[in-house]
Ligand binder design. Sequence first.
Ligand SMILES: [Zn+2]
Ligand SMILES: [Zn+2]
Length: 232
Amino acid sequence: MRDGPLGVDPLDPLGRPEAALELPGCPACRALPSLEAELVGWFVTQSLADGDGRRRLYAAGGLCARHWHAVANEEMRRRHTMLGTAQVLAEVLTRRSVQGEVPVVCPICEDLEASAANRLYLLLTKLGPAALTGAPLSWRPCLPHLERLRLRRLERWLARWVDERAERCPAEVLAAARRYARTREQRHHHEATGSEAQDLLDAIATLTGPVDHRAGDPPTRPARTRDRRIGR
Ligand SMILES: [Zn+2]
Ligand SMILES: [Zn+2]
């Protein structure tokens, strides 16, 4: 497992897993931008110049659109040239003109998903069952990241915890949707607390995970709301 330049785990930036519980939402979704930056940096410094790295790229049919741009920009930033990007892009296009269109299985996207799942697994096992049971309500790994964990061999307690969270998720989203609808209906206006809109957005993020994990956009929320939730 590669770590960032300073050896910081984006899912556990303080090196104290309990602190991760204070940040609302899905810890894996939250870490995607820094995991992605790390992988793009690795790709530019290692894979572009490396025979195995290039072969993997060619076998994959190239990169997704987002990661072509990211790699070109990162190579320019680091090396003041896009020579490596230009070489592999030319090779990918040459192969495509011979072989015809092949589906692209972007290796950076693949590594990003695997890395997020792996870091989430490590975080959960570091936290352990007691900390997870006592986690704040606002701390919720999203359903797609839980489903991804279900593909792994998990310790029995963790498998149970993941199953339970994954099964509870749709009910929580349903409750948030109903609460929002209810407080927006004229006769229930007096029940509105102002938090139901953010609760609905949080619930949707828990259900869907990152809208497009390659887009690298973490689920954002106003700082004000974040502060309020940490205090819960
Ligand atoms: Zn997630
Ligand atoms: Zn990609």
